[in-house]
Design a protein around this ligand. Structure first.
Ligand SMILES: [Zn+2]
Length: 152
């Protein structure tokens, strides 16, 4: 998150800027436009689909995501208990990581990108993180899938 927020991850635009990549710098996920940090995590149709699903699942307002900073601000707007805020923040970080991982799998291994697969990864990895972070947690898998975090 820290590196992405500083625009310090190796997107194709960043590699071109550093004279490491010459030629095509079109988004590895959608193929529509230049692959910048902001595009990968906000404007890309893949990222948009993932955020729609994640925000619906967590019941948080998505708002307008134009830049990576907007993702961090989305995390800061979350209401509810202290635990809920921590869990949503963790889910948002994990979502960014899963988007970046899917981008890399597409770019380097030509693995087809599917929004539902990324969302499933966020939910399943997120549950493992939640149980580890909150000493087993009080929400079971069914509750996690309904995001019943406020009842903790
Ligand atoms: Zn894209």
């Amino acid at each position: 998150m820290w590196r992405a927020n500083l625009d310090r991850i190796p997107t194709l635009v960043a590699l071109t800027r550093r004279n490491i990549l010459f030629g095509d710098n079109i988004c590895s996920m959608c193929g529509d436009t230049e692959e910048s940090t902001d595009h990968i995590f906000t404007a890309c149709i893949i990222a948009n689909g993932v955020w729609d699903a994640i925000c619906t699942w967590c019941n948080i307002p998505k708002g307008f995501l134009f830049s990576f900073q907007d993702i961090i601000e989305m995390a800061n707007r979350v209401d509810g208990s202290r635990v809920r805020k921590q869990v949503v923040y963790g889910v948002i970080v994990l979502t960014c990581w899963c988007i970046w991982k899917a981008r890399n799998e597409k770019r380097f291994n030509n693995v087809e990108i599917k929004v539902p697969k990324i969302v499933t990864d966020v939910k399943s990895l997120g549950y493992l993180w939640y149980r580890n972070r909150f000493n087993g947690g009080k929400v079971d898998w069914k509750g996690w899938n309904l995001f019943c975090i406020d009842i903790v």
